[in-house]
Design a binder for this molecule. Structure first.
Ligand SMILES: O=C(O)CCC(=O)C(=O)O
Ligand SMILES: [Fe+2]
Length: 203
C-alpha cells in the first residue's frame, strides 16, 4: 500500500477516495497547543478499559476509551454502552475550534488512548444508528503518530493509509461510513502513547 505524504502545513487535503468524502488537516493545531492539550487530556480524562463482545467472544478492548457529551444520550457499539460525562474545558475548546471549520455542532466526543504499539482499533465503520445517515466524524490526534488504514467495503482493490500526525484533524463525512472501513493497526515499533478524539453528533 502506498503511503500518502503531506506537506507540514494547515491546508486541508481531500483524500482521493471513491464513494467517500474525507479531508485531512495535517497541522490543525500548532505543535505547542497540541503538546499542551495532550498533557491536559492524559491527566483530566476518565480513561477506562471495557470488555467488548465480537462474534460471541468477550475481550478487553485493546486501548482505553472515554465518552463526553453535552447531553446524557448513551453511545452503543460492539455490545458496549457508554454513558457520557460532561465536557471538560479542554474538550469544549477543541470542539469549538473544529466546529468553526466543519460548520456543524457536535454533541459527543469518544476518546481513545493507545498506550503503545500493541494498542489498536480493528476494522469498522462508524455507522451506529444513533449517528444517523451520512455522519460527520471529526477525529483529532495528539501525541504519537499512527497509521490510519482505509479499505473499500465492496471494491477490494481500493485501500489507502494516512499517517495521522500530532495536532492533525481528519474529517470523514458524506457516504464514507457506508462504503469504507477504517482501522488503527498494531505496530511492533517502540512508540509512546497517542490520544484520539472523535467528535460526533448523537441524535
Ligand atoms: O484512533 C483513531 O484515529 C480512530 C478511532 C476510531 O476510528 C473510532 O473511535 O471510531
Ligand atoms: Fe472509527
Amino acid at each position: 500500500m502506498e503511503p500518502l505524504l503531506f506537506p507540514n502545513n494547515s491546508d486541508p487535503i481531500q483524500l482521493d477516495m471513491k464513494d467517500a468524502d474525507v479531508w485531512y488537516y495535517p497541522a490543525f493545531f500548532t505543535d505547542e497547543e497540541s503538546t499542551h492539550l495532550y498533557d491536559q487530556l492524559i491527566k483530566t480524562i476518565a480513561w477506562q478499559q471495557d470488555p467488548i463482545t465480537i462474534f460471541g467472544k468477550t475481550y478487553m478492548q485493546p486501548r482505553l476509551t472515554a465518552l463526553y457529551a453535552n447531553n446524557t444520550k448513551p453511545y452503543r457499539y460492539s455490545n458496549i454502552t457508554m454513558h457520557p460525562k460532561a465536557f471538560t474545558p479542554e474538550l469544549l475548546s477543541i470542539k469549538n475550534s473544529i466546529e468553526n471549520t466543519c460548520d456543524i455542532q457536535f454533541t459527543t466526543c469518544l476518546l481513545n488512548l493507545y498506550r503503545d504499539g500493541s494498542d489498536s482499533n480493528g476494522w469498522h465503520a462508524d455507522n451506529e444508528k444513533e449517528l444517523g445517515q451520512h455522519p460527520v466524524i471529526a477525529s483529532v490526534t495528539f501525541g504519537e503518530e499512527r497509521w490510519f488504514h482505509f479499505k473499500h467495503r465492496y471494491d477490494k482493490n481500493l485501500k489507502l493509509k494516512v499517517k495521522l500526525q500530532h495536532g492533525s484533524l481528519l474529517v470523514m463525512q458524506g457516504a464514507t461510513q457506508e462504503n469504507w472501513l477504517h482501522q488503527i493497526p498494531k505496530t511492533k515499533k517502540k512508540i509512546s502513547s497517542r490520544i484520539n478524539l472523535t467528535f460526533r453528533v448523537i441524535k
